[in-house]
Design a protein around this ligand. Structure first.
Ligand SMILES: Cc1cc2nc3c(=O)[nH]c(=O)nc-3n(C[C@H](O)[C@H](O)[C@H](O)COP(=O)(O)O)c2cc1C
Ligand code: SF4
Ligand code: FES
Length: 561
């Protein structure tokens, strides 16, 4: 009884500590889970009362996330292994068997579970043991695994914007935010520079940043918000982690500049759950911002997600911050007019925001000129899979894909490239002549794909593309939020078809039909993107699909069905 009262008081004090902060929902739940190891029902009752969220609604929201737990954990955490599109090429069953017995530097229960891509595709296979992250796990080396520190980007010799200072040893905490001061002195000139720069949003949709900011600026509202989307859940994308780990102040400064120009005084960084070390970096750097008063009049907060790919979609993210079930809102209205708490909100990707300070300091024209031909600026590509030097590469917009592959060291063992994904996996695959595409938004769109956030997974000539497509579709099926049935059912049915093609003579038609329905009737980008996986598979490798329907795998990667 005494214990129960003590727990109740502890929960109360944890809630009270945070309830006055903007959008405390996720922080409160994380602090409770950190304390109890899970979210006991009684603690959720207290949250429900304090935040005035009906208990049934709160339970639905909490259980939506992969990493909030409502049952007590075992004494030691289990080992969570990535089973995403890059890592699933490793012999995971063998690795998992070894991991049950492995001596890691932290104790674990011996239970092993697969998780979605946690954003370390450059260091396969990553493992989580509680909050500890290990990388480069292979079946033949499971003891003494290394920790997941983001590697610095390889040098390319090309002009860079975001990475130009990132490799400087001991890159100092700035004493002032110079670009912010400049924006304060002359806001019109800053907006002008942003317009001239041609900067398009780097989170996937490619919307002109200046337009978004102008729209929020034009709104008359007592409170406005700046949100940084650091949810980065797309398999094959790991650029935002690098930027935040090695240059968090560029992102904070970008947010403070946005606040200055649109009239917002609060900024929130929404960080994906699976980046615990980045969370530490952000907390330390935010303390520096406060101690040195680097962004006077603009307050910054970080909120940690709880594992749900759909929270990267901007309106799901807003719902997540507000403590609602994090499913996409119907649009319009857009966040520029009806964002957080229905107030005008700028929401931008990490890479977009980190580009702002150099653009203001060097000028919009400088940034625009970094691109090739009529394309403006640079783009960071996360390159993984069958590539000699996986990592993040900042390249001019409009660079041919073969050049990027060359910078990343080419395909190992002298093999040829057979396919790449685009936009992480949301752009499906490119193959054949389209592997010559130049990397810019319109050129990639002409192939029927999209550039998106710039994740590129490479497949060499020995890979089975049916297997590759299945791994991607399974991800979409797992992460579909379920709000609309074309996506919820279509992604699951497409996975089932890809998993068992043998003897299914109607498979091509079925996948085509499902894709058309998803493309026409899905409410958000997840359901619109998923058919690109099956469409591109059938477009470039119909012979592989046909062979699978006959029970054969042309690449010899899949067991006979
Ligand atoms: C399913 C889905 C997932 C998304 N995930 C992310 C993400 O992880 N990070 C991100 O910045 N944008 C993501 N987006 C795009 C955002 O909705 C939004 O367009 C972006 O944050 C706007 O910032 P930008 O203009 O700087 O690109 C996602 C969109 C969809 C449909
Ligand atoms: S398309 Fe899929 S992820 Fe998007 S709202 Fe519909 S069910 Fe949810
Ligand atoms: S870390 Fe495994 S697929 Fe991304």
């Amino acid at each position: 009884m005494a214990e129960m009262i003590a727990d109740k008081e502890k929960v109360s004090s944890l809630i009270q500590k945070q309830i006055g902060e903007p959008f405390p929902f996720l922080s409160i739940l994380h602090s409770l889970q950190d304390f109890f190891g899970y979210l006991p029902e009684e603690s959720l009752r207290q949250v429900s009362t304090a935040l005035e969220i009906p208990l049934s609604e709160l339970y639905g929201t909490v259980t939506f996330y992969h990493f909030f737990k409502t049952v007590p954990p075992s004494e030691h955490p289990k080992v969570e292994v990535c089973g995403g599109p890059v890592c699933c090429r490793e012999p995971l069953e063998v690795l998992e068997k070894k991991l049950k017995e492995a001596r890691l530097s932290v104790s674990h229960s011996g239970e092993v579970e697969r998780i979605s891509c946690p954003g370390r595709c450059d260091m396969p296979v990553p493992l989580f043991v509680g909050n500890d992250v290990f990388v480069d796990a292979r079946a033949d080396c499971v003891d003494d695994l290394s920790r997941a520190k983001s590697p610095l980007p390889p040098e390319t010799g090309l002009a860079e914007c975001l990475f130009r200072d990132i490799r400087k040893v001991g890159k100092e905490t700035p004493q002032i935010y110079k670009a912010l001061e400049q924006a304060r002195r002359d806001p019109e000139a800053a907006l002008g520079n942003l317009k001239v720069s041609g900067l398009l949003g780097r989170g996937g949709a490619g919307f002109p940043t200046w337009r978004k900011w102008e729209a929020v600026r034009a709104e008359k509202a007592p409170v406005k918000y700046i949100v940084c989307n650091a949810d980065e859940g797309e398999p094959g994308c790991f650029k935002d982690r690098l930027l935040l780990d090695h240059d968090p102040h560029a992102v904070f400064e970008g947010m403070a500049i946005a606040g200055e120009l649109v009239g917002a005084t609060v900024g929130i960084i929404y960080l994906r759950y699976e980046y615990p070390e980045t969370m530490e970096v952000l907390e330390t750097s935010l303390r520096e911002v406060r101690e040195k008063n680097l962004s006077p009049g603009f307050s910054l907060y970080v909120r940690r997600g709880a594992g749900a790919y759909i929270c990267g979609e901007e309106t799901s993210l807003l719902n997540s911050l507000e403590g609602k079930r994090p499913i996409p809102r119907d649009k319009p209205p857009y966040p520029t007019t009806h964002g957080l708490d229905q107030l005008p909100t700028v929401i931008n990707n990490v890479e977009t925001l980190a580009a702002i300070p150099p653009i203001l300091l060097e000028g919009g024209k400088w940034y625009e000129d970094l691109g090739l031909g009529e394309h403006a600026g640079t783009k960071i590509y996360s390159v993984s899979g069958d590539i000699s030097r996986p990592g993040n590469y900042e390249m001019p917009m409009g660079l041919p894909l073969p050049e990027l592959i060359r910078h990343a060291g080419g395909i190992p063992n002298g093999k040829k490239v057979k396919a790449v994904t685009m936009a992480g996996i949301s752009g499906g695959f490119l193959g054949g002549e389209d592997l010559e595409v130049t990397l810019d938004i319109p050129s990639v769109a002409k192939t029927g794909s999209m550039l998106g956030a710039g994740g590129i997974i490479v497949y060499d000539e020995t890979r089975c593309m049916v297997r590759a497509a299945l791994a991607c579709m399974k991800f979409f099926a797992y992460e579909s939020c379920g709000k609309c049935f074309p996506c919820r059912i279509g992604t699951t049915r497409s996975s089932e078809i890809l998993a068992a093609l043998k003897g299914r003579s109607e498979a091509v038609k079925e996948m085509g039909d499902l894709g058309r329905v998803m493309g026409a009737a899905s409410a958000c980008g997840l359901g619109l993107a998923a058919p690109l996986v099956t469409d591109s598979l059938m477009k470039y490798w119909p012979d592989e699909v046909k062979a699978h329907m006959e029970g054969r795998c042309l690449a010899g990667e899949c067991p006979d069905e």
